[in-house]
Design a binder for this molecule. Structure first.
Ligand SMILES: Nc1ncnc2c1ncn2[C@@H]1O[C@H](COP(=O)(O)OP(=O)(O)O)[C@@H](O)[C@H]1O
Ligand SMILES: [Mg+2]
Length: 513
């Protein structure tokens, strides 16, 4: 009790406080009594999956939407009624996901767009001095553009950086950034993060909205996890904070329970590879997969992993070596042949995975199964419909109608459908190439759960992921690959094995005989 009082008295007064914020859009409850504080000199990361309510909360703070209930307090003063104009006056600047640039105007004009006469930060200055200020900010952000260039000529990343520059030029006291890195490359991202460090030191209070776990550790001072319209928890970002803890905060679950690995199967191997070599980089690979086992192969691009996956699913012919499935020789000439034997494949690139972008969700889901349905004509059209609804439900796909084009779905939901297609004909082994690349966290967790459930039912997985965290979290066994060879093998790996695995993929371990 006295401890908590003490902590309370030592805590700096927040620059901004929101409490009990609720907001409905029709029947959607976007926010349910959301609350958080924002201090001077911190980057407060607001982390949550798509649809959690992050953008809505950010827009309410910016005065764009009115809240249905709750308070916004800036420097101890309750703000009511709030407005965009008042937010600006209070020194709140925002960078939103939807860019606010006017395409036909120049870079310079866009930087000052929305500044009212008289409030223009450099209104009393000479235009050339003004241009110089812009130029130095743009240079610092490595956005070296002619100031008279029309914004329509910029790349999407340059537009995003310009949007950020526009907010910074206002010298905000409170800066709100909603997923600012979604269109940025690594290089631009690091420029932005450097700049955020400076702003932090200058005492700016920064709210940084993201759905990327890694960004929390990269820029955060504190992090709040948001789910279903509420802020679940807030913690300090320390060097011991792990991605697992963040996922646990987000889901409100103990992950080791939520995505518990099934017990190590003791059955004889389902699938084995001996001395496999390919023209494109496998230099003698040996491995085995048991029934119900999730096996990861981890390595850097070009280590031979893709080539290995492709040989297994019949996309390339090995030049040497032996594959065995259920004790019988296995050498597929085509993915269809692999599928017939019970080995299915989900390619990394959704286009390559055979997505029919403009065709209905139903067709995309049932693509590899169509002949099965069509044989019976009308009767089974009804069955197809029912099966489709059932699958989409089990896969937790968020969709409006099964007849909507695939492009109507988010990336994560598209991937769930493709995963559904890959398991539709009940394979024995599913080869997954980066199954969660670029999809949101909710969809990621859902795919993990699907894999766990199916593994418990006996389906085996070969996971070729670039995500070390998910590889460790999911796999019963991880093979580490370097230069065409397996250089290490770990059973039931934990996050403590990270260093060992990284040493392996960088060639700092010698090949396993
Ligand atoms: N303008 C709007 N009209 C109707 N529904 C909305 C609107 N904005 C957001 N929503 C809904 O509110 C919920 C929260 O959305 P949002 O704040 O955008 O989440 P996030 O930014 O965390 O992805 C979602 O279910 C979304 O569909
Ligand atoms: Mg959003």
């Amino acid at each position: 009790m006295s401890q908590s009082l003490l902590n309370h008295s030592l805590e700096p007064a927040p620059r901004l406080r929101v409490e009990g914020i609720s907001k409905r859009f029709g029947s959607t409850r976007a926010l349910r009594e959301a609350a958080l504080t924002l201090r001077s000199g911190e980057v407060h990361v607001l982390l949550g999956e798509n649809g959690a309510g992050k953008s809505t909360l950010a827009k309410i703070i910016a005065g764009i939407y009115p809240a249905d209930a709750g308070n916004i307090v800036v420097d101890g003063q309750a703000i009511h009624p709030h407005s965009v104009k008042l937010a600006r006056k209070l020194g709140i600047a925002t960078v939103f996901q939807e860019l606010s640039l006017a395409p036909h105007l120049s870079v310079l004009d866009n930087l000052f767009l929305g500044c009212e006469e008289g409030q223009h930060p450099f209104a009393w200055l000479h235009r050339s001095w003004e241009a110089q200020q812009c130029r130095s900010l743009l240079t610092e952000l490595e956005l070296d553009l002619p100031l008279d260039l029309p914004v329509s000529a910029l790349t999407i990343a340059q537009k995003q950086m310009l949007e950020i520059a526009k907010a910074l030029l206002r010298q905000p006291q409170i800066l709100i950034m909603d997923e600012p890195t979604s269109t940025l490359t690594e290089r631009e991202k690091s420029r932005l993060f450097t700049r955020l460090q400076t702003l932090k030191q200058q005492g700016v209070a920064i709210l940084y909205v993201t759905h990327h776990l890694q960004e929390v550790l990269e820029v955060g001072t504190r992090v709040s996890a948001m789910m279903d319209g509420a802020v679940n928890a807030t913690v300090d970002v320390t060097s011991t904070l792990t991605e697992t803890q963040l996922l646990e905060m987000l889901t409100g679950r103990n992950l080791s329970l939520a995505i518990a690995r099934p017990p190590q199967p003791t059955l004889p191997p389902l699938f084995t590879i001996e001395d496999l070599q390919t023209a494109a980089g496998c230099a003698g690979v040996n491995l085995e997969v048991r029934p119900g086992e999730i096996v990861g192969i981890y390595g850097v691009m070009g280590c031979g992993r893709e080539s290995l996956g492709r040989a297994i699913v019949g996309l390339t012919r090995p030049t040497q070596g032996k594959m065995t499935l259920l004790g019988h020789p296995y050498l597929p000439l085509h993915p269809k042949a692999a599928r017939k034997r019970g080995i299915s494949y989900l390619a990394m690139d959704r286009k390559e995975a055979g997505i029919l972008a403009e065709r209905p969700i139903r067709e995309n889901l049932n693509l590899s199964n169509l002949s099965h349905f069509n044989r019976w004509g009308m009767l089974l059209t009804q069955q197809e419909r029912l099966k489709t609804l059932e699958s989409l439900d089990r896969l937790q796909v968020r969709y409006a109608s099964t007849e909507d084009a695939m492009t109507r779905l988010s990336g994560g939901n598209q991937q769930k459908v493709l995963f559904g297609r890959a398991i539709a004909h009940l394979p024995r082994l599913l080869v997954l190439e980066d199954p969660t690349a670029g999809i949101d966290m909710g969809a990621k967790l859902e795919l993990y759960r699907q894999m766990q459930t199916l593994a418990a039912q006996g389906l085996s997985f070969l996971l070729l992921s670039s995500d070390l965290f998910e590889t460790i979290l999911l796999c019963n066994r991880v093979y580490v690959m370097y230069d065409g060879k397996i250089v290490d093998e770990l059973w039931e790996p934990t996050l403590e094995d990270e260093e060992r695995i990284l040493a392996g993929i960088l060639g700092r371990r010698s090949a396993v005989p």
